[in-house]
Design a binder for this molecule. Structure first.
Ligand code: ADP
Length: 266
């Protein structure tokens, strides 16, 4: 992540999906400053229910900040964010992260090292909702491990006894445990080697797709964006330079800078 300042003259990009009842996420005119630094310079983005959006762009362009605003870990300086037609941030409203039904998986998975895999997954699970207490929690953990193609025996292990790919799957299982309606994936596969990256990506895509979870994926990997997403957003200097279906974005970049970025990153 580098330090950069958004271009002031960047034009607003119209949302590619008009807000309708099928709109899960609607971001309108969102800006974010950290002190004197303007990190997001006016973001408009809509994501439909069950849709998958990939956000690609150079390091420092504001991708993680945008995800953190959607998750509710940060609050926009101006503009509004709505989930399922309900305002969650902006205009004096600030719905806390735990009430947004949003899952977040970071680049390193960030498992708790001192807890077992099972405890990591069940951490924060609302045990009150699982009848039967302890035993049902164990059943639920096994169900979640199966969802990400991990054996039930993994539950007893510590994170350091797992491979990188397995740890990422556990991080995903932990996020899925809360049954999010919207999943935010921040370069979740980038720490994995190429073979494992593809296998893990496929497993994750399958789970999210089957559960009908709306997904936003931040990635440096264009093959990943193309295979994962039905909408690609190109981020540059705190603005979205282009939003569209992957084929259109890659074959008809909106401007020279986008074409150069895509050309470089391939
Ligand atoms: P990306 O995910 O595209 O690499 P980030 O959203 O991480 O970009 O960062 C965009 C810019 O915002 C960077 O210049 C970064 O240093 C700055 N930034 C991010 N979070 C903070 C913060 N909490 N305080 C101050 N500056 C921040």
């Amino acid at each position: 992540t580098t330090h950069s300042t958004p271009g002031h003259a960047a034009p607003r990009v119209a949302p590619s999906v008009a807000p309708t009842t099928d709109t899960h996420l609607d971001i309108a005119g969102v800006t974010k400053n950290f002190g004197p630094q303007a990190v997001l310079g006016g973001i408009d983005l809509s994501v439909s229910k069950g849709g998958t959006t990939a956000i690609v762009g150079p390091s420092g362009s504001g991708k993680t900040t945008l995800l953190r605003l959607i998750a509710g870990f940060e609050h926009p300086t101006s503009g509004a964010i709505s989930l399922n037609g309900t305002l969650v941030a902006g205009n004096g409203v600030r719905v806390p992260a735990h009430k947004r039904h949003v899952g977040y998986v970071a680049q390193d998975g960030a498992l708790f090292p001192h807890l077992s895999v099972g405890q990591n997954i069940s951490f924060g699970l609302d045990v009150g909702n699982l009848d039967g207490g302890r035993r049902s929690v164990r059943g639920r953990v096994e169900e979640l491990l199966a969802m990400v193609s991990l054996d039930a025996s993994m539950a007893k292990r510590r994170p350091h006894q797992l491979s990188g790919g397995q740890q990422q799957r556990v991080a995903l299982a932990r996020a899925l445990a809360r049954e999010p309606e919207l999943m935010l994936l921040d370069e979740p596969f980038s720490a994995l080697d190429a073979g494992l990256r593809v296998a893990t990506r496929r497993a994750v895509a399958k789970v999210l797709n089957e559960a009908g979870v709306t997904t936003i994926l931040v990635t440096h990997d264009q093959a990943e964006a193309l295979s994962f997403a039905d909408q690609v957003a190109i981020m540059r200097d705190g603005t979205l330079a282009q939003i569209g279906n992957p084929f259109v974005v890659y074959t008809r970049p909106a401007d020279r800078a986008t074409a150069e970025f895509l050309g470089e990153a391939v």
